[in-house]
Design a protein around this ligand. Sequence first.
Ligand code: 13P
Length: 254
Amino acid sequence: MRKPMVAGNWKMNGKSADNAALLEAVRGLGDECANVTVAVCPPFVYVPQARQALEGSGVAVGGQDCSDNDSGAFTGEVAAPMLADVGCEYVILGHSERRTLFGESDTQVAAKYRAAQRAGLKPILCVGETLEEREQDVTEEVVGRQLDAVIDAAGVASLEGAVIAYEPVWAIGTGRTATPEQAQTVHRFIRERVAAHDAGVAEGLVLLYGGSVKPDNAGELFGCDDIDGGLIGGASLKADAFGDICRAAERSRD
Ligand code: 13P
């Protein structure tokens, strides 16, 4: 049985004082939702603050991106070994905001995936189509291509126990959530695509849904067979909402 996961992607939000209050509330979720992997991914500069506030709580910390290089003259970049060094367990890679606003290609995302694994981090690989692509009915083609880039570069074995987040771009920050049926269909597609290479690896994949997940839709989404939890943006900045979403994940395996 796969362990559900709920990860908060804080994006470029937060300051020390607000973070402290939020982290204090999140800390309790480690015990309260012991059957869920709970993680928060703050901006890089606040990783040590999160790590310290969550020490011993069972709540993991992740970065929101990393370089595909391990060190060197890359001004402004943060390397995967640095994230590991300051206590990150996870790193979000290929988020649609990175792909669309910063022009990250499938190949670059795959190189970052390899760098993260070299450093012992667990990547949370994001995939998902734009509204235009959904309307053109090429969702599976796009998600398949994003997934294949990693399989081609790192091999299917690199997906052993991996976390993949399906985040339809049109549902991110828009209040427009994919229906559970729409999300489940793509999650099933991802699992089957990996199963074509290795059924065991496919079965173990933790597949998160992301895009306007809120306390009132989390239960239904997490109840779907191939949805193992969520990658939460806006609602992860509110302690009550994030807590309710984690509790929905805890109940999803009852
Ligand atoms: P929202 O939950 O704000 O829609 O963001 C989703 C997301 O991008 C998580 O990575």
